[in-house]
Each structure stands twice: as structure tokens, then as C-alpha cells.
Design a protein around this ligand. Structure first.
Ligand code: AHR
Length: 496
């Protein structure tokens, strides 16, 4: 039978490494992400924790091998004053979360709590600093506090607060969404402001090099990237950010689990725009930076729906279905395939907010379909990208169409090849033929994330409804792999 789609793996063109940081996460002071999510407090006696952070979340994120964690925002970052979150907890002032629910927080989760958590997770911290309502001094003090190893006012203050060694934080966001909640700035103004902030930021400890990340565009705002690249010299900027959410309509975002086939199509259309955005922003960066010195960090991405109606005060809390698994697969394939320029990405957000990998309800915790896709894709961390060529077919609705099959492939240090293929079509099982002629191997195995309905999800009552399963329904003959990818499924092959 003739395949619907053929895939070629161009091993001879392999040259870029897929940065593991593409598989990064994001934790904002928003809804129940930090408080009543990660952090349940040092005095909690019902939930097992380490310094107030849930042990089940720590274990799940370690199992996922999360490479980095971005904090404290998001929009919250440009209202956050880090000095209010250090020192004795009972002495800390409160802060009203102006963007997310107007709740009053007690600053009990601060810099030490976050950076110690990252150490426990073995993840690089990414601090998103306040430009909108902060000062240059406040930001450079924060860098000195976390990174200086000798005597200095901020390093001494850190020692007074119980931490001798610096944490050596590498990743620093210079504001967030400067075009919106970060200060409603024009890029022409922000680019100059960025230059000023970046000038005073130093790595401090030995040869600890910091990454300064300029607040980037949203979606197709190419003017933003163009001006940033034109106005800011390489020496001042290690990365440019980009945000894109899979949203069907910002006024009515639709339900997170009871959606119909039209909403599903529209969500996938919005999600697959990531390919176009990354391609076009990268092309602008190539024009000004042909040597690829400045990285593109997609430091917020994911599906965004209406908050679950039955959840009280559930700011941006949403369920996570097979649709989210499909967003994750397609987006991660895009990032893998753009490994040359995209060096970091952060799904929004890790716990209880937007496309979360983890949901909690008091002492219960579940892993979402998105978690399982990210876990399945961990084989691509720091592996050599093998470029692919796809003779695709389309999934359409009315006049609109999107490629049905999405793929990325890599080879790891043990010489195993991994090919991740997803079929986002809602109704069609697609026969795919993968040409393996250029690959030497003895054995092929595969795993799948799928379900019988695209609305299926994990619940606190049925937490294992969707997980990673073994998959054997493929044929391998004379250097060719034939497989029918079921509608809305993700498969990863291991070839070794
Ligand atoms: O992730 C939720 C919000 O989305 C972030 O705070 C903001 O940066 C973006 O608009």
C-alpha cells in the first residue's frame, strides 16, 4: 500500500545540537502555580515537602529532567521587588499581585526558595527581572546578590541570610513583554532602555558568563525583532525572546476540555503558527547576526483556554487533554528543527496554570498528557538534530489547512536515533513511510501517547488515563519503516 506521507532523514546535513533548554519550564506568581502549587509552606504537615516545596512535584520534574525554570513572571516580574522576598519570612512586606487576581501575597517564596529549588531539581534558574517598575540598581544588585563570590554589599547580605556560595545564575530576562504588561513601550524606546540595563549587568563570579535576554515580540510582530537586532549590539545581548500562545480568540478562548472539532482545528492552526513565527523571526536575526551569536528564546508558549468554570478563583487554571499533547508535539518538533537559532523555550506554565505539566488538588497531584509528551521527547535533549524532509498531506476545515504530520529526529551520544512523529488530524489515521536507508541499526522500538477521544485527559480520580505506552504496530523492511499513525497521536521511535 502506498504511504500517505513519506519522510526522509538527511543524516549528511546534520550539524546542529538540540539544546536541552528547549524543554524548559516557567513558574509565575499566578493563580496556584507558586502558592498552593509548588509551595505549600514550611509548616505544612499534611503534604510531604522540602523547605515548603512539594516533594511529589520535585520528583515529577526530576523525572522529566527539566533543564531550566523561569521565575517569577511573566507580567508579575515587572512588579516584583526581589529585596522584599529575602530575610526572615515574618519580616517581609506583602505585595498585591496586580496582574493576577489582585491577591495579597506575603513574599514567603523568594529568591532563596526559588534558587534552592532549582539546585534540588538540577535545573538552571532563569530570573526574569523587573524593568517596568524597577531600576537598573535593583537589577544589578540582584545579580550581585546571587552571583558575587567575594566581598560586596549584596554578597554580604546573602551571607547574612544564610547562603555562603553564590548560585551563579546564568539566565537573566531584562523585563517581560515590554510591549504590554511590562510597560507598554515602543520597541524604539525599549531597545535603548535595554542597552542601558545590559551595560551594568556583570557575571561577577570568575568566568561565569551571564545570558542577558531582551524582552521579545509576540507572534508576528517582526518590527519588534527587527529594531531590537538593529539597535542593540551583540556585545550587549545574548538572546532575544519570543512569546506565542495557541489561542483561538483572546475574548472567547473556549473550553479546555469540552471543545468541538472546529475549536480543535482552530487551536491546532494557532499552535502550528509557531513554525512560521520562528522561521520569520530567525530570518530577521540571520540578517543582522549571520554568525548566530544571539539566540532566540521562546520563553512563553502553550495552549490558553478559558479557566475551568467549576474552579473557584482558579486564575488561568485549565484542564489538559490530548489536544494539549498535540500542541506540545508539534511545537517541540518545531523547536528541535530550529535548533540552530532556538536555544531555549519555556512552556507556560509548570503547575496549575495554562498548559501545565502538573495539576494539584490539595494533597493530590496528576501528570498531564503534556507531561508525558515532554517526557517522551527527553531523548532529544542535547542530541544532534537530523534534518527531515516530509512529503506531507493536509488537515483542513473549510478553506483552511494545516500540515497533518509533524516530525523531528535526532541522534544521541550512544548513536541511537530518535524520530518523533505526530498526526494532528482529528479523523484520519495516516500511513507514513520513513526512509531509514542512511541509518545503521539492529533494533527498532517505539512508544505512543494517544487516546480514544481528543478531549480525554487525566483526572485526580483517574490519573493514568493517558500515559506513555509501548507501540509495536509498525513494519520494518529493507531500510524502510511503515507505520499508521492514529489520529491525534504522538509516537517516538528508537532506532539503534
Ligand atoms: O503566562 C501568562 C502570562 O502570559 C504572562 O504573565 C505574560 O508574560 C503573558 O502575557
Amino acid at each position: 500500500q502506498k504511504a500517505d506521507v513519506t519522510i526522509k532523514i538527511n543524516t549528511s546535513q546534520a550539524k546542529d545540537t538540540i539544546s536541552k533548554h528547549i524543554y524548559g519550564h516557567f513558574a509565575e506568581h499566578l493563580g496556584r502555580c507558586i502558592y498552593d502549587g509548588f509551595y505549600v509552606g514550611e509548616d505544612n504537615t499534611t503534604i510531604s515537602h522540602t523547605d515548603g516545596v512539594r516533594n511529589d512535584i520535585i520528583q515529577a520534574l526530576k523525572d522529566l529532567k527539566i533543564p531550566n525554570l523561569r521565575w517569577p513572571g511573566g507580567c508579575f516580574a515587572d512588579t516584583y521587588h526581589w529585596k522584599d522576598g529575602i530575610g526572615k519570612k515574618e519580616d517581609r512586606p506583602t505585595i498585591v499581585n496586580r496582574w493576577w487576581g489582585g491577591v495579597t501575597e506575603d513574599n514567603s517564596f523568594g529568591t532563596h526558595d526559588f534558587l534552592n529549588l532549582c539546585e534540588v531539581l538540577d535545573a538552571e534558574p532563569y530570573l526574569s527581572a523587573n524593568v517596568g517598575s524597577g531600576t537598573v540598581q535593583e537589577l544589578i544588585d540582584w545579580v550581585q546578590y546571587t552571583n558575587h563570590n567575594l566581598q560586596s554589599p549584596m554578597a554580604d547580605l546573602r551571607r547574612e541570610n544564610g547562603r555562603e556560595k553564590p548560585w551563579n545564575v546564568k539566565y537573566w530576562g531584562v523585563g517581560n513583554e515590554a510591549w504590554g504588561c511590562g510597560g507598554n513601550m515602543r520597541i524604539e524606546y525599549y531597545a535603548d532602555l535595554y542597552r542601558k540595563y545590559a551595560t551594568f549587568m556583570a557575571g561577577w563570579s570568575g568566568d561565569n558568563k551571564i545570558f542577558r535576554i531582551a524582552s521579545g515580540a509576540t507572534g508576528d510582530d517582526y518590527h519588534w525583532t527587527e529594531v531590537l537586532m538593529k539597535q542593540v549590539p551583540y556585545e550587549l545581548m545574548e538572546a532575544v525572546a519570543l512569546h506565542h500562545y495557541a489561542v483561538i480568540d483572546w475574548t472567547v478562548k473556549g473550553p479546555s476540555k469540552d471543545f468541538d472539532s472546529e475549536i480543535y482545528f482552530k487551536t491546532m492552526k494557532a499552535a502550528t503558527l509557531m513554525e512560521e513565527y520562528v522561521t520569520k523571526h530567525s530570518a530577521i536575526m540571520d540578517k543582522y547576526d549571520p554568525e548566530n551569536k544571539v539566540a532566540l528564546f521562546v520563553d512563553e508558549w502553550g495552549g490558553w483556554y478559558d479557566t475551568e468554570p467549576e474552579i473557584q478563583n482558579g486564575v488561568l487554571y485549565q484542564q489538559n487533554t490530548m489536544r494539549d499533547a498535540m500542541i506540545a508535539a508539534s511545537t517541540l518538533n518545531t523547536f528541535n528543527n530550529h535548533a540552530r537559532r532556538v536555544k531555549m523555550a519555556n512552556i507556560a506554565q509548570a503547575v496549575n496554570v495554562l498548559q501545565a505539566v502538573i495539576l494539584t488538588d490539595e494533597e493530590k497531584m496528576i501528570l498531564t498528557p503534556t507531561y508525558h509528551v515532554m517526557k517522551m521527547y527527553a531523548v532529544h535533549h542535547d542530541a544532534l538534530l537530523l534534518p527531515t524532509e516530509v512529503d506531507n498531506i493536509y488537515y483542513s476545515l473549510g478553506d483552511e489547512k494545516i500540515p497533518a504530520i509533524s516530525v523531528s529526529a535526532s541522534r544521541d551520544d550512544d548513536n541511537s536515533t530518535h524520530i518523533s512523529v505526530s498526526n494532528i488530524h482529528l479523523n484520519k489515521n495516516i500511513l507514513v513511510e520513513i526512509d531509514l536507508e542512511k541509518i545503521e541499526y539492529k533494533n527498532i522500538s517505539a512508544t505512543i501517547v494517544t487516546s480514544s477521544k481528543v478531549q480525554d485527559h487525566n483526572t485526580f480520580e483517574n490519573p493514568e488515563n493517558i500515559t506513555i505506552k509501548d507501540f509495536t504496530d509498525f513494519k520494518n523492511k529493507k531500510g524502510s519503516l511503515k507505520v499508521t499513525i492514529p489520529a491525534f497521536s504522538v509516537i517516538t521511535f528508537e532506532i539503534k
